[in-house]
Design a protein around this ligand. Sequence first.
Ligand SMILES: [Zn+2]
Length: 127
Amino acid sequence: MSAPNYLREAPRRYRLEGARCKGCGAIHFPPKAICDRCGGRDLESEGLSGEGELVAYTIIRHPPKGFEDQAPYVIGIVQLKEGVRILSQIVDCDPTELREGMRLKVAIRRIKNDGGFIEYGYKFRPA
Ligand SMILES: [Zn+2]
């Protein structure tokens, strides 16, 4: 199955969903109940593009428990088109080829394998 089909059919919680403040228009991720820009309490769910660029990154060689089988891996700050910054794992890339400003796209991947229970969530990969 192609990635776009998979994303379209994935449950809602696997999508990148933020919250838009109806008062000032600020977009928050993860979603908030109260806008930290204007203090407004009227926010609505907003689907995010999942497209952005790499702001900064670091390579993790000594991961916390539960992530050992994934090391070394890359953690980066991604700035989405919407202006929101997200801390995320960067996958499908050679760490030596990463550079600030490169274009990235969201990917739904296994996050953690904890005693047979596998969690899925968002990561980013080169666009
Ligand atoms: Zn606001």
